[in-house]
Write a protein that binds this ligand. Structure first.
Ligand code: PBE
Length: 306
């Protein structure tokens, strides 16, 4: 009986290519992970396994700065935060996941990766990444006067994680972002009606919305783009980096963005341009950022990277 239980416990560890426990007396059902957290003669530390690399995204993203702070606060001098893009990060995650290899990425929620892969956030006992936050819609000053209908829709726009996930998953499964957004808008007339209630139609007025190629923002921006198009706007979705997105709304070259992660992730951009934009408040609540690993990676906390 005991043997059976032990082999049951051991099977996943072996299947994932992690080192086996050192000896049989580890078999009393508790804390098998202690055998795998580095230090045994056969097991490389998590740092060695991933070359002390954390797979990051575009350098302008708030999560990159937050992660640099994390490396400092937790004294992880040996580690490198690798710059790339949201797409490169998910590609690296997918590649490692399919081979059941360890990988550490900068991750955020909502995100389709949590519905496609079995993942976990590493605990952040120092709270460096901050608490849950919200995504805000940010308009240029004067938008309310120049394009009241668009301003009203942006102000009304509000959805939840499940909505956003619907669109993100479709895109991940290969759907064109515009078509995925169209399908969501067509399938959710009640929600769209809440954003457009009493809003007057226009006749081809041009509106330019900035966004960064983060999966979350590709989804939300395309949805709002479809809604504005239906109201008669000639909509341009302009893909930029995070800094130029905030700067563009502040200098008026963009009419709006709906990608303000606040109060923490974009705190620097917010204070840099404060006064030069209108904060229309949250369009989605309860976001999170942090370090994300596949569940089979046998560490649980950022402190385990030490
Ligand atoms: N993100 C997604 C962004 C905000 C949206 C968490 C990658 C960032 O870090 O700035």
């Amino acid at each position: 009986m005991k043997k059976t239980w032990l082999s049951f416990l051991m099977a996943p560890a072996l299947a994932f290519g992690l080192a086996a426990c050192g000896s049989d007396e580890a078999g009393n059902t508790n804390e098998e992970e202690n055998n795998n957290s580095g230090g045994t003669e056969t097991e490389a530390s998590i740092g060695e396994q991933v070359d002390y690399e954390i797979i990051g995204i575009d350098p302008g993203a708030g999560i990159m700065k937050a992660t640099a702070n994390v490396l400092e606060e937790y004294e992880l001098e040996d580690w490198t935060l690798v710059e790339g893009s949201g797409a490169a990060m998910t590609a690296a995650l997918k590649k490692a996941y399919n081979k059941e290899e360890p990988v550490i990425v900068t991750g955020w929620s909502p995100h389709w990766k949590f519905s496609k892969f079995d993942l976990k956030y590493l605990e952040d006992p120092k709270g460096t990444y901050g608490e849950e936050e919200n995504i805000h819609s940010i308009a240029r000053n004067g938008l309310a006067e120049d394009h009241p209908s668009a301003h009203q829709v942006l102000d009304n726009f509000y959805w939840d994680e499940a909505d956003m996930n619907d669109v993100m998953v479709q895109i991940t499964d290969g759907e064109d972002p515009e078509k995925a957004a169209r399908a969501w808008v067509d399938a959710n007339p009640d929600k769209v009606a809440e954003w457009t209630e009493g809003v007057e139609k226009v006749d081809g007025d041009e509106i330019k919305i900035g966004y960064v190629a983060w999966d979350t923002e590709i989804a939300s921006t395309n949805v709002v783009g479809q809604v504005l198009t239906d109201l008669g706007y000639d909509v341009t979705l302009s893909q930029v980096e995070a800094g130029p997105m905030w700067a563009g709304v502040a200098d008026g070259s963009l009419d709006a963005h709906i990608a303000g992660w606040l109060p923490l992730t974009h705190a620097d951009y917010y204070s840099e341009f404060e006064g030069d934009f209108e904060d229309l408040g949250a369009n989605l609540e309860g976001t999170k950022i942090g370090l994300v690993v596949p569940s089979y990676v046998e560490i649980d906390s950022i402190e385990d990277l030490k």
